[in-house]
Design a protein around this ligand. Structure first.
Ligand code: IPE
Ligand code: IPE
Ligand code: MG
Length: 252
């Protein structure tokens, strides 16, 4: 994997953190009269590519939505083939990710996963924990509402133990209990597959993300499509509630 093509510390036209809702695998397979599972398998190639392109363009954090809290409701066979695919993909890709200095992390209700997958996840997090390149986070059995509820429980526990005052609950203390802590919020959200919705992804963290949607199905996501999203981002003025004039005054 090549080095970033710019200095991320000084170039704000490149998002520091990109999150992707990888949607459209099933329709990609349907279009080819193949079983849905072959769409999920084909999607692994797009994951590999997006990791390479993100690192090359100088993105520091890449967060991928692989399986939602609601995806457990899919047919049993699809769920179990997805779980097997996660194990297989980790087995096949881990060494290469490690060689490329990628630091892997998983978020979600990981205790709901089978023991084999949980073991692979902790091994891959442990093996890559001191890597200093791209921070790759994979959300499995993740839901934004679940994340917020768990954070609320953690804060409530701290209040009842006396280590936190109710009025001490603020943006920072709340965000600190969320799954993505201490990573920065996504700057750019990409969703493939044509739908323009969040589907219970990082509800809190996406508050100020730029949103970019494409009809391209996830197995067809490639470098040109990724660059289209990055170019869209580069053309945005991020105001965070301020006026455009205020932002320009700071930039000058
Ligand atoms: C996204 O593709 C992958 C997962 C949700 C696991 P889908 O499987 O949702 O594909 P479509 O939306 O049915 O085409
Ligand atoms: C969102 O896709 C979840 C993932 C990509 C993992 P879905 O296919 O589950 O979303 P909906 O059901 O179309 O909103
Ligand atoms: Mg879908």
């Amino acid at each position: 994997m090549s080095e970033p093509s710019h200095d991320p510390a000084t170039d704000s036209s490149v998002p520091r953190h990109v999150a992707i809702i990888m949607d459209g695998n099933g329709r990609w397979a349907n279009n080819r009269k193949k079983p849905r599972h072959s769409g999920h398998r084909a999607g692994v190639k797009s994951v590999r590519l997006s990791v390479e392109v993100a690192a090359q363009r100088g993105v520091e954090f890449l967060t991928l939505f692989a399986f939602s809290s609601e995806n457990w409701a899919r047919p049993k066979e699809e769920v179990s083939s997805l779980m097997n695919l996660f194990v297989e993909a980790l087995r096949r890709e881990l060494d290469e990710l490690h060689r490329n200095n990628v630091r892997l992390k998983f978020i979600g209700a990981l205790h709901d996963l089978n023991a084999g997958l949980r073991e692979k996840i902790s091994h891959s997090e442990h093996k890559t924990q001191t890597n200093t390149g791209l921070n790759l986070t994979v959300a499995i059995s993740y839901g934004g509402r679940w994340d917020i509820i768990e954070a609320s429980k953690a804060l409530a526990r701290r209040v009842s133990e006396g280590s936190l005052q109710v009025d001490g609950i603020d943006d920072a203390s709340f965000a600190g209990e969320l799954q993505m802590s201490p990573m920065p919020d996504p700057d750019l959200l990409i969703r493939t597959g044509g739908e323009q919705r969040i589907s219970n992804f990082l509800l809190w963290n996406l508050a100020y993300a730029e949103l970019w949607f494409t009809d391209v199905l996830w197995p067809e996501f490639d470098e040109a499509v990724f660059d289209e999203a990055l170019n869209f981002y580069a053309g945005k003025q991020r105001r965070f509630g301020h006026t455009g004039d205020q932002i320009e005054a700071v930039e000058c």
